[in-house]
Design a protein around this ligand. Structure first.
Ligand code: HEC
Length: 174
């Protein structure tokens, strides 16, 4: 294929058709000395840049492909190009992770929190880098703060919660 003159041929399926039409094909055509639509390769360039690019010959004056072959190539690509891309990560496989979790961990009817600090103060308050806040009285925002010795190991990034060892109680996983 003509596209392999300059770089490895890309997989047409990897980009949506709109991007091929609006951006890639006009640009690649210009690099092969072909005018595709009203694409202006020197648009938005300053005068100096325009001169350098012009001299470099990356947009050749003489086309390396005739219009007929270009149209066949273009049609071929647009026939294959997908309308849109499918997300590569299927929903449901990877749950969104957080630095914060809220559940009734002690099962006393109110919501407790597990929180990881984004910028912990390891010098003065290392134990606050991860805290568990037990809800004592939701109405007056009264919480009991718990931490644990390993809180200052500075290796905490995300947390999740659930019944991890299936004992019917809910645990927090850091
Ligand atoms: C004359 C050399 C040349 C030819 C022939 C050529 N390309 Fe390219 N292509 C390039 C260069 C140089 C770049 C990098 C352009 C840039 O980053 O501005 C590029 C970039 C691309 C990109 C990435 C675009 C982006 O936005 O990142 C795709 C996709 C691509 N080319 C597809 C094609 C296809 C399909 C053809 C055949 C129709 C083709 N190329 C023919 C030189 C060429």
């Amino acid at each position: 294929m003509h596209c392999a003159r300059c770089h490895v041929v890309p997989d047409i399926n990897h980009l949506p058709i709109e991007y091929w039409i609006k951006s890639i094909l006009p640009e690649m055509a210009a690099r092969m000395g072909i005018k595709d639509g009203d694409f202006k390769p020197y648009d938005k360039m300053g005068f100096d840049e325009m001169q350098i690019v012009h001299k470099s010959g990356i947009y050749p004056y003489l086309s390396i492909l005739n219009d007929q072959d270009w149209n066949i190539l273009k049609e071929y690509i647009l026939n294959i190009a997908p309308d849109s891309l499918q997300p590569t990560v299927q929903k449901g496989i990877l749950k969104k992770q957080n630095r914060f979790t809220a559940k009734d961990f002690d099962q006393d009817g109110d919501i407790d929190f597990g929180i990881i600090s984004t910028f912990p103060d390891y010098t003065n308050k290392p134990e606050y880098s991860i805290v568990y806040l037990e809800n004592l009285d939701a109405k007056s925002y009264k919480f009991q703060t718990y931490s644990f010795e390993e809180a200052n190991l500075s290796r905490w990034f995300l947390l999740d919660s659930g019944d991890i060892d299936i004992k019917t109680e809910i645990q927090i996983l850091f």
